[in-house]
Design a protein around this ligand. Structure first.
Ligand code: AMP
Length: 409
């Protein structure tokens, strides 16, 4: 007997990640995941099973295209087969604009509409759409679903979405959208079980990875975030500036002769931890480095987080909980400790031993604000959405309710 399954594709500028979930009853169970990374440099493929054992590995001597990476992944899934019947594919799509505020079944017309958001997410959107187009062409009968990083923030009040620009621009869609929504939605979905008081109150979720942002949750709904019209706003990131006085951009264009593409490269790819340190965009490398500018980059990273925590706590009218997630948030006790110090004035007290141990609640018993580490799982969120939309379309029952243990990363 075949087992129905959902595949998830998360395609970025230099990597293509995939996961496969089998459906048992109404539970999605991770079967395996993997990626082709280093596409433009020295590509390597690895696939692992649900407990992390390597299933397959491959390296290429020269760069390969995103299309070739997708073909390799689909070939791998087809060959392994495993008694799986693929019901559909869910994709992470960074920008859904105003129109796409929920997971959406993909057609060529929808993909064309999503193409309009490429200038708003030049680093991500084109790579998100590439595999969708290729699969629509190769397997038109295979259902595909887009899940948007912006969608979770559509609950933001109008004021939180506004720039102080002429209103016609707001009406035309020039507004704060917010990103990392699938990560925040996943965290919000597990908080009621893990930390009921935090879930019912005012919580800041700090998604600190190569991309970084903070989301303010009120009873589990997004009411504000640090990212804006594009994913370059807000916190300092691996290679992105975060918030930048727009006057700097005008100065660079007028006085330094940078054109729009050069500014784009500067603010998306050459700034942030990499630009300030001159060493690396990787937090592990910076923490291990004795280079003064590496230390300065980490200091600025934490300082910016501290300031944005203050701003978002003001938007919430107080603070009950903080959640750390993503690569740095989940793994770096030193960064968490320093963020805790920056937020001490709000009543945040991190327990050093719990912080070092690094999971669940890491605040002291007397901390006014509880502090948590929650591993995010954007892929599982996409699989749930995909299954739910396809089940609704087909008028059948299975809705992804349960999360089988062992399937969160
Ligand atoms: P992500 O984009 O969520 O995969 O996160 C990538 C970031 O997490 C990079 O800056 C990594 O250096 C950082 N990271 C991963 N593990 C650790 C760790 N143990 N300590 C500090 N940073 C880490």
């Amino acid at each position: 007997m075949t087992v129905p399954a959902i595949a998830v594709i998360n395609a970025g500028s230099s990597s293509l990640k995939f996961s496969l979930y089998a459906l048992h009853g109404d539970e999605l169970q991770l079967r395996g995941r993997g990626q082709v990374e280093g596409l433009g440099t020295s590509p390597r493929f690895v696939a692992r099973d649900a407990v992390g054992a390597t299933l397959a590995e491959q390296r290429w001597p020269a760069p390969i295209t995103h299309d070739a990476a997708l073909d390799h992944v689909t070939g791998f899934l087809r060959e392994r087969d495993d008694g799986i019947a693929l019901r559909g594919v869910g994709h992470r799509v960074v920008h859904g604009g105003l129109a796409y505020h929920a997971p959406t079944r993909l057609t060529p017309a929808v993909v064309d509409a999503l193409q309009a958001f490429v200038p708003l997410a030049p680093l991500h959107q084109p790579h998100n759409l590439g595999p969708i187009r290729r699969l629509l062409h190769a397997s038109p009968e295979l259902p595909q679903v887009a899940c948007f990083d912006t969608a979770f923030h559509r609950t933001n009040p109008e004021l939180a979405q506004m720039f102080a620009l002429p209103h016609a621009l707001h009406e035309a869609g020039v507004r704060r959208y917010g990103f990392h929504g699938l990560s925040y939605e996943y965290v919000a979905s597990v908080l009621p079980r893990l930390a009921p008081a935090a879930a019912a109150g005012r919580t800041l979720v700090l998604h600190l990875g190569n991309g970084a942002s903070i989301c303010a949750l009120q009873r589990g709904r997004s009411v504000a975030s640090t990212m804006g019209f594009t994913a370059v706003d807000g916190l300092m990131m691996g290679t992105r500036t975060g918030a930048l006085d727009p006057g700097v951009v005008l100065y660079l264009m007028d006085e330094r002769g940078l054109d729009a593409r050069a500014v784009e490269r500067l603010i998306y790819s050459e700034s942030g931890l990499l630009g300030v340190s001159g060493v690396s965009s990787d937090m592990r490398t910076l923490l291990a480095s004795a280079e003064p500018r590496a230390k300065l980059a980490v200091e600025l990273f934490v300082y910016r987080i501290g300031r944005e925590i203050g701003s978002l706590a003001a938007a919430l009218g107080g603070l009950d909980a903080i959640v750390f997630t993503a690569g740095i948030g989940e793994n770096s006790a030193p960064v968490r400790a320093r963020v805790g110090e920056a937020a001490a004035w709000l009543g945040v007290q991190i327990d050093p031993a719990a912080n070092e141990a690094g999971a669940g609640c890491i605040s002291t018993a007397s901390s006014r604000v509880s502090v948590w580490v929650v591993p995010t799982d954007e892929e599982l969120m996409i699989a749930r959405h995909t299954l739910n939309l396809l089940s609704a379309d087909e008028g059948s029952t299975p809705r992804a309710a349960g999360v089988a243990r062992g399937d969160t990363n």
